[in-house]
Design a protein around this ligand. Structure first.
Ligand code: PXP
Length: 237
């Protein structure tokens, strides 16, 4: 069975538009669980554009399924993660001007920082995942550093069309194959929606998909609970 992690950052994005207290991402997490989410994912960015420290601490207290914290290898965020102790931490790259997480983590180019973060998280019993592009060197580096999982960045696949999409899917399939061979857990996410998710979900040994934007967008019209349930059906088809 593939686990669906629902990324609720965009509920916080809407709240931050007014810097007020609604909508509350903690409520969204409850609704996502009631819709059948296997996990709740939230990204505490250094620029705090959506999730706030308060959200992360409350989610830790209230989420009953897997709580997956997305984070950069930055000391300030790492300190919070080590205090909050999520069930899983997914290390992602961050650039201040980006609209969303663009490209995977450069594990090869940042070995010692990633290694230190992984070691600190592991010492607290946090499962670790690295968000990377389907690149052989990056996947091998993830294995070398002892990550539990690799989350393949599906953005290039999601943004492509026609023949290009088939090429990107093939890259994901090759990456997935290597991840399996190395004994790492296979996760994927970014840009997945109700129509493009199935091809990724059927990659052998897919263990976890993290999906946010499309679910929260649909939730505006049909509610979080139903939007999550529909995504589960799209994955299971
Ligand atoms: N996985 C990771 C590591 C991400 O950074 C994001 C975006 O925050 C997602 C999954 C979800 O992407 P989307 O919102 O496009 O579904």
């Amino acid at each position: 069975m593939i686990e669906l992690g629902v990324n609720i950052d965009h509920v916080a994005t809407l709240r931050q538009a007014r810097r007020g207290n609604e909508p509350d991402p903690v409520w969204a997490a409850v609704e996502a669980e009631l819709g059948g989410a296997h996990g709740i994912t939230a990204h505490l960015r250094e620029d705090r554009r959506h999730m706030q420290e308060r959200d992360i601490r409350l989610l830790r207290e209230t989420v009953r399924v897997k709580f997956n914290l997305e984070m950069a290898c930055a000391p300030e965020v790492l300190a919070i993660a080590l205090d909050v102790v999520p069930d899983q931490a997914t290390l992602v790259p961050e650039k201040r001007q980006e609209i969303t997480t663009e490209g995977g983590l450069d594990v090869v180019g940042d070995l010692s920082r990633v290694r230190d973060a992984l070691e600190a998280l592991r010492a607290k019993g946090v499962a670790t995942s690295l968000f990377i592009d389907p690149d052989t060197r990056q996947i091998e580096a993830a294995k070398e550093l002892g990550a539990d999982a690799v989350e393949l960045h599906t953005g290039a696949y999601a943004n492509a069309s026609g023949e290009r999409r088939a090429v990107e899917l093939q890259r994901l399939a090759q990456g997935a194959e290597l991840i399996n061979r190395l004994g790492l857990r296979l996760h994927a996410g970014h840009g997945l929606n109700y129509t493009n998710v199935r091809a990724v979900a059927t990659l052998p040994q897919m263990a976890e998909l993290n999906i946010g934007h499309s679910i929260i967008s649909r939730a505006l019209f049909i509610g979080v609970r139903e939007a999550v349930a529909q995504m589960k059906r799209a994955i299971e088809l």
